[in-house]
Design a protein around this ligand. Sequence first.
Ligand code: ATP
Ligand code: MG
Length: 631
Amino acid sequence: MTSYANFYRQSIDQRDNFWATQARLVEWQTPPEQVCDYSNPPFARWFVGGTTNLCHNAVDRHLAERGEQAALIAISTETDTERSYSFRELHAEVQRMAASLLALGVKKGDRVLVYMPMVAEAAFAMLACARIGALHTVVFGGFASGSLASRIDDAEPVVVVSADAGSRGGKAVAYKPLLDEAIRLAQHKPKAVLLVDRGLVPMELEAGRDHLWSALRTQHLDAQVPCEWLPSTHPSYTLYTSGTTGKPKGVQRDTGGYAVALAASMKHIFDARPGQTFFATSDIGWVVGHSYIIYGPLIAGMATIMYEGLPTRPDAGVWWSIVEKYKVTHMFSAPTAVRVLKKQDPSWLTKYDVSTLKALWLAGEPLDEPTAQWISDALQVPIIDNYWQTETGWPILTLTNGIEQQATRFGSPGKAVYGYNVKLIDEVTGQELTEPNQKGVVAIEGPLPPGCMQTVWGDDERFVSTYWSTIPGRQIYSTFDWGIRDADGYYFILGRTDDVINVAGHRLGTREIEESISSHPNIAEVAVVGVADSLKGQVAMAFAVPRDATGLENDAARLKLEGEVMKRVDGQLGAVARPARVFFVTALPKTRSGKLLRRALQAVAERRDPGDLTTMEDPAALQQVRALVGE
Ligand code: ATP
Ligand code: MG
């Protein structure tokens, strides 16, 4: 057996031993008595009896050995500012924030909603909550009042931490009026609002409710707020899923299990060392931001970069200039961002010295082979796909290169990660598929490993009925994604379980058709949906963003490209998968986290109401589709 295969087997067959060893990567005030309590499935309780604190592990524990080393580097190409905080400075700022929250009435177990742009104070707020045992609920700053109000009502925060404004493309985007409106709309009213004034837009403060961080910070300059030692199972935060498939779910995470899972992932997956630099280009409003901008790198004693700005401003070389300047060793981004860069001049990728980079990890959506190949050729660093969910908090499938170097297979996020007992389940029979290359629903046999969701916030019943009812009588968690596993244990994700279309009795994954279309050299990005058809049940319809749209306003040129695309699908998958139409658009409708809103696309293509669009990034993208299919 290879060393990774062996490591993996131990994690499943000797679960408690395995995780007891990993638990030593974390500092405990009281060590755990029991590794895993699974007496009430599917609810797993990890490291029962242990007490610890996430902020202690992310900040305080590093003070003695690397207090003066950079911990948090906040870069904004929006406001042209860069600010680096050592672990010691971070420690001081977090205590000031913690003291301010306590002064505003926050107690252990209370929720604090963080509605913030990508500024250092957002990190202080999250760590301060962890420090005092309050739960943070970070809501992505790009959300407007309606989405924010529904999250305020679900989380019922005592305090909201926010700012005057974010900034995008050099333009200030006011947050405060959106927050005021959200609080007005919500049933639940937070007691206080703590505001970071960046001086971007004027703010009107509501007396008695609104407080300025600058003022509270000055009052608490020398604050000493010790870490609250929390039971391992004490919830650390709640975070909503992206809402790609419908109403977002409030994921609740624990303290000790999460600390151990992240510490272990930094070691085994990222092969990270203290003093190295991690740059995740995500936002703190998403799970990648929680695990790999804030907690994971800091727990590992690394410097972490928080970036506010676009990947293309001032130019498409900006990320790589940051890599050069800060000697970034680990970079984490999303395929959607790479596709943005792919539309730019590739010479930006070779302008800077990126030789410090060990690899670029990508997650969040399928990484198609052409995109992976393109960025790999351009950067000359390993590209590592990893598959996971808000629910799990850390990768389910990837290459665990800290244990053993594994060969990359483009199109595959890799193998099952230690701790995850991954199964493929036949959708119809509910049977486990054990032969290679069989297509099934990706599922995880309970218990979920440490760090995964404890429950749906305030709704245990929704947790059980949503995720654990795939096979009656068996404790198995469904990811709602399709996959296959090859003979070597590599998985391939084929799309979401609701992304399958049925053309004249043939079940086709939209992902396969998209892969085929995006192999055309002039296609930058594509979405395929199934559209109701009276003859065939459903037909595939494609919406594609060309890399070069010159001349495409000409009917003949457009038809020619459409024909080429169809021919490709015919050749690669067969005529049954050929899209009935290929429409060319300048952008696809996406969630704020960059995920394709296929359900909205499909609804519009079928001239139905697209439903809840509060998580959508750019309404104009859907408008284009509406105009095209309406023709
Ligand atoms: P919701 O659950 O609210 O509908 P969501 O599933 O988009 O939203 P996330 O938790 O942000 O919310 O996304 C997880 C999903 O993203 C996975 O279930 C999978 O569909 C997709 N995904 C993530 N990483 C990858 C990857 N590397 N390859 C393919 N798909 C991925
Ligand atoms: Mg999901």
